[in-house]
Design a binder for this molecule. Structure first.
Ligand code: PLP
Length: 400
């Protein structure tokens, strides 16, 4: 533990892998050339490092290097996908389809389009599932939402709050001939499940390095060039970098770090996820055994095809999530009540509300995300702290 926090907030960000830092270090120090200034050796070696990283990221997700456009992160990649496909010249399509449970990085650019006269359909996922709402959407529901004027369907591959894995491959196959692009926000997926852009059947896909033990400030957009090439418009205009799709001097150290992290994630995912999933189950079992009125939000834990193995989202009857988080934080345990981007505001999670939870239930929910660096000792310790915190809060509630 290094005397540090027990970090169970790995959906908001992850620890930089020391191997990634090693790969980045030369590019943060002596090798500071501009990858766009290749008339000399320092620029050329930077360019080569970027192209190596492009190859590593491409291989990790089943793309060819030319299909990878480096960005500052997934937020920028998603904005590029959504706004860049909306503004393609010569296209008068005006409608986009997505889900109410998407990340803000998708919902907000869609809202921006809506303010500027486009139509946006956000599918409600609560009504789609059986008794316990899982947040999954069916190919049929997506197909029914598409109109002749739809230019984009945007879907989260794996949800950042409740871990729901959408059947994106099936959906893309079902709507293949409808004439719209398919964008996948795969930020939470790489390193946790196998990600292959051809199996997903998508035209565009977004990734974020800091979600798989790479550096913050690096991400990419996959833009398909093989088969049915996908054309989108840039958001930034300038020096022509990244085929003109993302202009601006490349952040070589961050890109090198993303390449190294992607290679490790793809290589080690299938070996490390069973251990991480077991720890997640251990956490749930410990909590379920010691806390009355506790329940799981999202898909069942024993369904690895529909739920990320490192994700746990729970609700604890009658306990305020923010108070419990504060109790945990005081004891050095980092967890979350929802997506990091909105946790400063008191509103309950829009994801939990969208899968049908009441406002009270959403407010009594907590999210845990485990990682490569999580240990069994940390899990046992966190479970004990959480159980003690719940009894204390419930005791206060009853005036004890
Ligand atoms: C973190 C995250 C983003 C935003 O990624 P940044 O690289 O931090 O901009 C978008 N979508 C999902 C699902 C995420 O988890």
């Amino acid at each position: 533990m290094d005397g540090m926090a027990i970090y169970l907030d790995n959906h908001s960000t992850t620890r930089l892998d020391p191997r990634v830092l090693d790969a980045m270090m030369p590019w943060l120090t002596d090798r500071y050339g501009n990858a766009g200034s290749t008339t000399h050796e320092m620029g050329r070696e930077a360019r080569e490092a970027v192209e190596r990283a492009r190859d590593q990221v491409g291989r990790a997700v089943g793309a060819v290097p030319d299909e990878i456009v480096f960005t500052s992160g997934a937020t920028e990649a998603i904005n590029l996908a959504i706004l860049g496909s909306a503004s393609r010249p010569g296209r008068d399509r005006s409608h986009a389809v997505s889900l109410a449970t998407e990340h803000r990085a998708t919902l907000d650019p869609l809202a921006h389009l809506a303010r500027h006269g486009r139509a946006v359909t956000l599918l409600d996922v609560a009504s789609q599932s059986a008794s316990e709402p899982c947040g999954t959407v069916t190919a049929d529901a997506i197909a029914r939402a598409i109109r002749p004027e739809t230019f984009l369907v945007s879907l989260l591959l794996a949800n950042n709050e409740i871990g729901t894995i959408q059947p994106v491959g099936e959906i893309a196959e079902a709507i293949r001939d409808r004439g719209c692009l398919v964008h996948v926000d795969a930020s939470q997926a790489l390193g946790r499940i196998t990600v292959n852009v051809d199996d997903l059947g998508c035209d565009l896909a977004s990734f974020s390095a800091h979600k798989f033990h790479g550096p913050k400030g690096a991400g990419c957009l996959f833009v398909r060039r093989r088969g049915r090439p996908c054309r989108i418009d840039p958001l930034t205009h300038g020096g022509g970098q990244e085929r003109g799709l993302r202009c601006g001097t490349l952040d070589v150290p961050a890109i090198v770090g993303m390449g190294a992290a992607a290679e490790i994630a793809a290589r080690e995912c299938s070996a490390e996820m069973p251990r991480i999933t077991k720890l997640r189950d251990r956490l749930w079992n410990a909590l379920a055994a010691s806390i009355p009125e506790i329940a799981i939000n999202g898909p069942p834990l024993d369904a690895p095809a529909v739920r990320l193995g490192n994700n746990l989202n729970i609700r604890i009857g009658g306990v305020d999530g923010q108070s419990l988080l504060a109790t945990l934080a005081a004891e050095g345990v980092a967890a979350s009540s929802g997506s990091a981007c909105s946790s400063a505001e008191p509103a309950p999670s829009h994801v939990l509300r969208a899968i049908g939870l009441s406002e009270d239930d959403a407010r009594s929910s907590l999210r845990f995300g485990l990682s490569r660096f999580t240990t069994a000792e940390e899990i046992d310790h966190a479970a004990a702290i959480l159980a003690a915190g719940v009894s204390r809060l419930r005791g206060q509630l009853r005036g004890i």
